[in-house]
Design a binder for this molecule. Structure first.
Ligand SMILES: Cc1cc2nc3c(=O)[nH]c(=O)nc-3n(C[C@H](O)[C@H](O)[C@H](O)COP(=O)(O)OP(=O)(O)OC[C@H]3O[C@@H](n4cnc5c(N)ncnc54)[C@H](O)[C@@H]3O)c2cc1C
Ligand code: FES
Length: 507
């Protein structure tokens, strides 16, 4: 189980140890802590570090390996410049909310920088300018409006047409003094500072249940531990009592790393054109990382085309000598453009952090700052804006109902389109949802010709999974759960594997 074993491992995963650094939970090693932090991506590791620094004892519990989730498959720009964010956020939610979002993300960036400095974490951290750019003159007004709003909110914004990209642009928002790093080296380095003085880190230990009380009981596949409070940093919260699966939708995007003949651009870029493209350097500026091709999870008939389109663009725009890595991942987009950070329900001892909209480096660290204050009972200037229990008009019932309905309608349509005539026609390396005796079955033909058949019904809320051709996984179009071809959970919100199905006779 787990993303370290994805079909396409990322640059960050292949350049860090594949073996676990920490042992699974061992009852007796430390079973009572002030705070249990569940999930060791950027949000979990930073939250745990800040809680420990505040004097709390912490257990950081990871189902797989540290930094092997989305954080191991990101492009890892650490910036408060999030595409064209601030003008629309200010118009929809007001200047105060937009300012709080910007301040929190700037603080998240600086928090990462100070943790790296304090613990001397070797993670290729480097200060860079970030750019949101367009090649279309028709988009320049939107760029200028973003600059104006960001400046009004006190962010380090300016307008420019000057970049080190190998092609011309029409205009860009530039945020100065932002940063990039190697996200998994950072997570591993910071996690290594946690054990001791009553705190512990465990890997390969999936949390399966939480009983809120005094203390809270955290149930895992290797036993239980007790904690005064619990923080769920599992990407989308497991055991989702706040209904976040209906307030966010998952989108998937793609990245590749390449060696160039000429110089690698040093800035961090994101275009607002269609299709959007992302550019940054990596490995001491020896590689370029290019990204894009965003789409809703489980809603693309052939994801291999996404890699092909990105590769074609890379060859068109850069002097590529060699493509070294490619990978894809997904993140949750919140309905009102603001992450959900704080108590999962009013008065709850369980906290969540989700909905980072592909900007989880700074937002994840900001979540750590907010949650560590809330756990300590301290005021936090951004907590109200990020409040996970907020009830604003954009989060009304109609929108939630529509969100769910869209998923259900899509699933019905997709099943109709994806249904293979029979398992026999499946070529090696391909999967499809088929009808077997009236049951929806997710069938995959291995390269040796044998068929692996599991139930196509997602164990989260019963949507029908779809085959991801590029990653060879079963992906749920409703809320983004992913499963291996054998049905094992790769990524929640589903907690249970797809049920096995007897292979069709003669297949
Ligand atoms: C292609 C792509 C590019 C991106 N680029 C950028 C970028 O340039 N800059 C930026 O700021 N953001 C970027 N993002 C977004 C960013 O990567 C994410 O928002 C961020 O990594 C999410 O971190 P997380 O800690 O919430 O989740 P994760 O990193 O997924 O961590 C969650 C962890 O919880 C664990 N877990 C799950 N269930 C359990 C359980 N039951 N018990 C125990 N552990 C569990 C998982 O194994 C996982 O390790 C990008 C996202 C994508 C998809
Ligand atoms: S992820 Fe919710 S039904 Fe599949």
């Amino acid at each position: 189980m787990g993303n370290l074993r994805e079909t396409n491992p990322s640059l960050w995963v292949t350049t860090t140890p594949a073996e676990s650094t920490f042992l699974p939970l061992d009852i007796g090693a430390g079973t009572q802590v002030d705070v249990a932090v569940v999930g060791a991506g950027i949000a979990g590791v930073v939250t745990a570090a800040l809680l420990k620094a505040s004097g709390a004892t912490v257990a950081l519990i990871e189902a797989d390996e540290i930094g092997s989730g989305v954080t191991g498959y990101t492009t890892a720009k650490i910036t408060s410049l999030h595409g064209l964010k601030y003008d629309s956020l200010a118009k929809a939610n007001g200047d105060d909310a937009a300012r709080a979002y910007g301040e929190a993300n700037q603080a998240g960036l600086e928090q990462i920088a100070s943790l790296i400095a304090a613990h001397r974490i070797d993670c290729d951290f480097s200060r860079r300018d970030a750019f949101t750019y367009t090649e279309q003159s028709a988009q320049v007004d939107a760029i200028a409006a973003e600059v104006e709003t960001a400046q009004r909110l006190g962010l380090p914004a300016s307008f420019t047409t000057d970049t080190d990209l190998p092609y011309d642009i029409a205009g860009a928002v530039r945020f100065s003094d932002q940063a990039q790093f190697h996200p998994r080296q950072f997570c591993l380095g910071l996690a290594a500072t946690l054990p001791g003085a009553g705190s512990l880190v465990v890997e390969r230990t999936r949390v399966t249940g939480i009983k809120e009380g005094s203390p809270c009981v955290v149930e895992t596949e290797h036993g239980v531990l007790q904690a005064g409070q619990v923080v769920l940093t599992t990407h989308l919260p497991i055991l989702d009592r706040g209904g976040f699966f209906a307030k966010c939708h998952p989108t998937r995007s793609y990245a590749l790393a390449a060696r160039l003949a000429g110089p690698v651009p040093k800035g961090m870029y994101l275009s607002v054109d269609t299709p959007s493209r992302s550019v940054r350097s990596a490995q001491g500026d020896e590689l370029v990382v290019l990204g894009g091709e965003s789409h809703k999870v489980g809603q693309d008939d052939d994801t291999r085309r996404r890699y092909a389109d990105l590769e074609e663009w890379s060859l068109d725009r850069f002097d590529v000598v060699e493509q070294t890595h490619r990978w894809s991942a997904q993140d949750y987009v919140p309905v009102d453009g603001l992450p959900f950070v704080g108590r999962q329900l009013p008065g709850s001892k369980v906290f969540v952090a989700t909905g980072f909209q592909k900007w989880g480096m700074s937002n994840g660290a900001a979540a750590g700052l907010i949650i560590s204050d809330l756990v300590a009972g301290a005021e936090n200037p951004w907590a109200a804006t990020f409040d996970a229990t907020r009830q604003r008009s954009t989060l009304g019932r109609d929108l939630v109902r529509e969100n769910v309905n869209v998923g259900v309608r899509f699933v019905a349509d997709r099943v109709a389109r994806m249904r293979a005539p029979s398992v026999e026609t499946l070529p090696p390396g391909q999967g499809a949802v088929v009808d077997i005796d009236g049951e929806k079955v997710a069938a995959y033909r291995r390269d040796d010709g044998t068929v692996c058949a599991v139930s196509a019904v997602c164990t989260h809320l019963d949507c029908i999974v779809a085959f991801n051709t590029a990653e060879k996984s079963w992906d749920c179009p409703c809320h983004g759960s992913r499963f291996t071809v054998e049905g094992k959970v790769i990524q929640g919100p589903a907690l249970a594997d797809l049920a096995p199905h007897e292979p069709q006779a003669g297949a």
